[in-house]
Design a binder for this molecule. Structure first.
Ligand SMILES: [Zn+2]
Ligand SMILES: [Zn+2]
Length: 338
């Protein structure tokens, strides 16, 4: 089976594995340069059921554009037969029926044109962990799983595997590795899987003085994880002691502008209800009139500030959580700076 579409980095292989495992089928699944390749072996009726159920079992972020089926004689080379271009990889040759279903490593050295999924906002499950004091990822800003988190901004090549992302520098701890290896875990083969023990950490860097109006943050996509903020801000920066998140929140409350370095770059943040802070941000960004995005905790908070049509409502609550242009609610204008 050849599956085309957005099928890498979205938990597609785990969903294939779980379905094959449930149905007792043997074979393998792998990411290749084009998408996902599945070899499935078993009784004809069960294989049919697998083919039928596969699209319904696809994870939320997957988008299947096409499925191509090729029947194989036992012992045939699935890669050569399915890709139809004579490509072959030694270890893929099925010389004898497989005993079980497995996820295989991506074949090397192929032309890469697989689609990479966009970054996706933190999912409900991860948010729950983020806010649970008993969870090991409590207040961990880089929490993610197969259903959410960074994709496009950390990719350095396809097929999408951890070794071809900026997360390759971080070795998973035993607990993260166990999640990554467990087909029934939400983080099975989640390439950016990380925790406070083994992943990137938040640090609060204080500038020695307010930067001049022409200061620009050093933007850089691939360096976002491999470079510490201190390396790019210069020698005069100093790391603030204590909890970085609490420190940043305190600064924001006091009217400071905080450059939040995330996985994909910087967000410049300040209080939206602080006229002076917003004015300073406009001056520094040379952005006198264009609107800024306002960050809110939930839909109710958004509705208090703007009027939302059902379509805008749906967009805001969708898994992508995009920035949505909406009309200011009359009367709510006073709480937001202009
Ligand atoms: Zn998640
Ligand atoms: Zn870990």
């Amino acid at each position: 089976m050849r599956v085309d579409g957005v099928v890498q980095g979205v938990g597609f292989r785990p969903s294939v594995y779980v379905l094959a495992d449930e149905l007792g089928l043997a074979g393998f699944v792998l990411n290749d340069a084009r998408g996902v390749l599945i070899e499935i072996e078993g009784a004809a009726t069960v294989v049919e059921r697998f083919v039928e159920e596969l699209p319904q079992r696809a994870p939320p972020l997957a988008r299947i554009d096409g499925v191509t089926l090729t029947e194989l004689e036992p012992g045939a080379d699935p890669v050569a037969a399915i890709s139809g271009n004579g490509a072959t990889t030694e270890e893929l040759i099925v010389a004898a029926p497989l005993a079980r279903f497995e996820i295989r490593a991506s074949p090397a050295g192929e032309r890469a044109d697989a689609l990479v999924a966009p970054d996706t906002a933190t999912c409900e499950d991860c948010l729950r962990e983020l806010l649970d004091p008993a969870d090991r990822r409590y207040r961990y800003p880089f929490v993610n799983c197969t259903n959410c988190g960074p994709r496009f901004t950390i990719v350095q090549g396809v097929p999408y595997d951890r070794s071809r992302t900026t997360m390759a520098h971080f070795s998973m701890c035993a607990a993260c590795q166990a999640e990554y290896d467990d087909p029934y875990d939400r983080r099975f083969h989640a390439q950016p899987n990380a925790c406070p023990e083994c992943g990137p950490r938040a640090e609060l860097i204080l500038l020695p003085e307010a930067p001049s109006a022409d200061w620009r943050p050093p933007f850089g996509r691939s360096s976002a994880l491999s470079t510490q903020a201190g390396d790019v801000l210069g020698e005069e920066q100093r790391s603030a002691p204590g909890d970085a998140l609490a420190g940043a929140a305190e600064l924001l409350r006091a009217g400071a502008i905080v450059a939040v370095k995330g996985i994909g770059g910087y967000h410049l943040a300040c209080r939206a209800d602080d006229e002076r802070a917003v004015d300073r941000l406009r001056a520094r960004k040379h952005r006198e009139h264009k609107p800024f995005a306002v960050l809110v905790a939930d839909l109710d908070a958004a509705r208090a500030l703007v009027e939302l049509s059902p379509a805008e409502d749906e967009l805001l609550a969708s898994p992508a959580h995009p920035i949505v242009l909406a009309a200011r609610r009359p009367g709510a204008a006073g709480s937001l700076a202009t």
